[in-house]
Ligand binder design. Structure first.
Ligand code: 6GU
Length: 230
């Protein structure tokens, strides 16, 4: 999978090198390229934003550098159309199912804007080049799309076929089956007077599976009742 990231803060993405994604990169499964939006400016101050038409607080990202970035990374006449993702608190919610779906795409382009926004015409221009998605991490506000893009790249990247060492570990994690994960324990069997639940030491795999499923349900009911059907 190829991922292009356009940002005014390329340094945010330096840690991709050392993470799980860094390994995938070395193995050629993931090709992540980070681009400084300012390379597509032409004035002495490398300006990327301006005051909003109609007034109001904050600055809006100018369309011209974005247009040139997209000309290069997602040309209108290309045979393959990328999926162009703009992290935005005004977007659809990012879920495990979103990550699963996006992990199947060949080419993703992330456009990281500041939270006051990008000139609306950029989204229209992008739609001529690929399929545009505005995606939010949740109902809170970050200063810009960078941290959100990092989270999405990690969630998507680890689902790219060949990425995680043991595919069963993906199937068993939180959200993959719509429920929160069951509690985990390792040695020692007693630690600071706290014992591991007896059932896990029983060797009865059927009973253990049943107990874990029950734990998943109880935790989901307690912490995330919104995930359960009525
Ligand atoms: Cl995707 N962007 C910004 N700026 N803030 C957010 C977000 C995204 N998701 C939640 N808050």
């Amino acid at each position: 999978m190829r991922i292009d990231v356009v940002t005014i803060f390329p340094a945010f993405f330096d840690v991709l090198e050392v993470s799980l994604i860094g390994k995938a990169r070395e193995r050629g499964l993931l090709d992540v390229r980070v681009h400084d939006l300012r390379q597509w400016t032409h004035d002495r101050h490398r300006t990327v934003d301006d005051t909003p038409y109609g007034g109001g607080a904050g600055m809006v990202m100018k369309p011209e550098p974005w247009g040139e970035a997209l000309d290069e990374l997602a040309p209108v006449d290309a045979e393959a159309r990328p999926t162009i993702i703009f992290p935005s608190p005004a977007g659809e919610l990012f879920r495990q199912s979103t990550a699963r779906e996006l992990a199947l795409h060949e080419h993703l382009v992330f456009g990281c804007g500041r939270y006051e926004g990008i000139d609306e015409r950029v989204f229209e221009d992008a739609a001529a080049r690929g399929s545009v998605r505005l995606i939010s991490l949740g109902d809170y506000v970050l200063n810009g799309g960078e941290v959100a893009a990092m989270a999405m790249i990690e969630a998507i990247g680890r689902l790219v076929p060949g990425m995680v060492g043991n595919p069963a570990s993906i199937v068993e994690e939180s959200h993959e089956d719509g429920l929160l994960e069951y509690p985990s324990y390792t040695k020692p069997a007693v630690w600071r007077d706290r014992a591991v639940p007896d059932i896990l030491l029983s060797g009865n795999h059927g009973a253990i599976a049943q107990w874990r499923a029950q734990q998943q349900l109880e935790r989901t009911r307690a912490r995330r009742p919104d995930l359960l059907p009525e």
